[in-house]
Design a protein around this ligand. Structure first.
Ligand SMILES: NC(=O)c1ccc[n+]([C@@H]2O[C@H](COP(=O)([O-])OP(=O)(O)OC[C@H]3O[C@@H](n4cnc5c(N)ncnc54)[C@H](O)[C@@H]3O)[C@@H](O)[C@H]2O)c1
Length: 429
């Protein structure tokens, strides 16, 4: 039986590493050509197609077109300052924003204003004012505004959350998370945009979200502190950071505090046995959870290839290219699954029932805390605090802390020796 396919046309803004690792495998997969959610059969079958790419020079889009599967070779390339406006004037219904983190906001706002559903790479935006503007615009236009935190779909993290939801692990007290990127990222791959940036905003957000989503929402973000080191990617006096250590403190409804240390860098040696080193430990009233995302059991060594283009301790759960037992080739993993999941949500809103039920379907879909921008407040607050603390340190005021929802507003930066705080966000976080 042939099923009717309803088209979802997608525009991509930014086609770098994350496009190659997650968007491209999904967009090229059979799942995109026959998108179907067994839990929502009423949405029918959709055909998700990449219709346009916005990039700075167009060269990546041209290169991709040359190797794309036949059904994607018609995609249009939009270039330079007018590229985004041209993409938004086209018939795409969804825009995915995968530019460097300080360039998400403008593209996402323009796309929402044009009435497109929007998916933004983490971190969604760098300030609560920006977040407020995007969520208000999504409200006005009646569209989705979502963010990708693929670690929430890692099977180990799903199990952690299941233990918490089932009461097996009770009342988190503290923990640490570490995510170390290779030097090639800080000094090479991101060279174009790394000035003034830090690895905390880039990757600590994964763990900020994991903590906030897994152990919340019935608690309150209370304080953020941080420090970091410079001198490898840029001069030791520059605003560009090699490594960042941050601490976030929360208060549970019973008044007890919980605190988490998150360490990140992008200067681990390139011959490190895994591409990214990731480790967590969470301590509860009645248990401890320790996990290592890289050392999950596989160790491989190939002459002349490991640890460079192949890794000694690979994470095949995130994404991997496989020959399936039945002979097909596929790229799969939670990094790809999270993109497919978003498109299922778009299909449900648009095609999951009669037109007069769309507001209710939109409301249901926007209530999903794992990816909706409205549920990203604590993470964005922590990122904004981190950026302000590092800026204060670069300006000669190390040791600042940010208090959340205190007497001086939603986010107030206290610098040692300064009598009054800087109010970063006046409203309630
Ligand atoms: N979900 C994840 O785990 C994950 C992993 C890696 C990166 N990311 C996020 O994805 C985003 C991109 O990261 P990446 O690793 O792909 O970086 P990248 O540097 O490999 O790619 C960024 C791309 O954006 C393009 N670009 C820059 N400014 C642009 C603009 N104004 N308009 C259009 N294109 C522009 C660049 O030319 C480049 O192609 C970042 O926000 C990052 O935090 C997420």
């Amino acid at each position: 039986m042939l099923l009717d396919a309803t088209s979802i046309r997608v525009g991509m803004v930014g086609v770098g590493m994350i496009f190659d690792e997650t968007y491209r495998p999904f967009l090229e997969s059979p799942a995109a050509r026959h998108l179907f959610d067994p839990a929502r059969p009423e949405s029918g079958v959709s055909f998700v197609t990449l219709a346009g790419i916005v990039s700075r020079t167009g060269s990546r889009a041209e290169k991709y077109r040359a190797v794309a599967p036949p059904h994607l070779r018609e995609l249009r390339s939009f270039v330079g300052d007018t590229g985004l406006t041209e993409l938004l004037a086209s018939d795409v219904q969804v825009v995915c924003v995968a530019t460097p983190d300080d360039r998400h906001f403008a593209a996402a706002l323009a796309a929402l204003r044009a009435g497109k559903h929007v998916l933004i790479e983490k971190p969604s935006v760098l300030s609560l004012v920006e977040l407020d503007e995007l969520t208000a615009e999504a409200d006005r236009r009646g569209v989705l505004a979502k963010v990708v935190y693929h670690k929430l779909l890692d099977p180990d993290h799903k199990k952690l959350r299941t233990h918490v939801a089932d009461g097996t692990l009770k009342h988190v007290n503290n923990g640490y998370c570490s995510l170390l990127e290779p030097k090639a990222v800080g000094t090479g791959q991101f060279a174009e945009w790394v000035t003034g940036r830090n690895p905390g905003t880039y990757v600590a957000v994964h763990y900020l979200k994991l903590i906030d989503f897994t152990f919340g929402p019935d608690w309150a973000l209370t304080r953020v502190s941080a420090t970091g080191q410079r001198g490898l990617v840029a001069a030791p006096t520059s605003p560009t950071w090699d490594s960042v250590q941050m601490q976030v403190a929360y208060t549970h409804p019973d008044g007890r505090e919980a605190a988490f240390d998150i360490h990140t860098n992008w200067v681990t040696p390139d011959n490190f046995p895994g591409y990214v080193d990731q480790e967590v430990q969470f301590r509860f009233d009645n248990g401890v959870w320790l996990a290592h995302q890289r050392k999950r059991g596989v160790e491989v060594c190939v002459e002349g290839r490991t640890p460079h283009d192949l890794k000694n301790t690979p994470n095949h759960h995130y994404n991997g290219a496989f020959v399936e037992p039945w002979g097909e080739r596929a790229v799969r993993g939670y990094g790809v699954e999270v993109i497919e999941r978003f498109f299922r949500e778009v299909a449900f809103v648009e095609f999951g029932g009669p037109a007069d039920g769309r507001p209710e379907r939109l409301h249901q879909t926007r209530s999903l805390r794992y990816n909706d921008l409205t549920a990203d407040r604590n993470v964005v607050a922590a990122v904004q605090a981190l950026e302000a603390i590092l800026k204060a340190q670069a300006d000669g005021h190390p040791g600042a802390i940010v208090k959340v929802n205190g007497p001086h507003g939603g986010l107030a930066l206290y610098k040692p020796g300064c009598p009054a705080p800087d109010v970063l966000y006046a409203g309630n976080v």
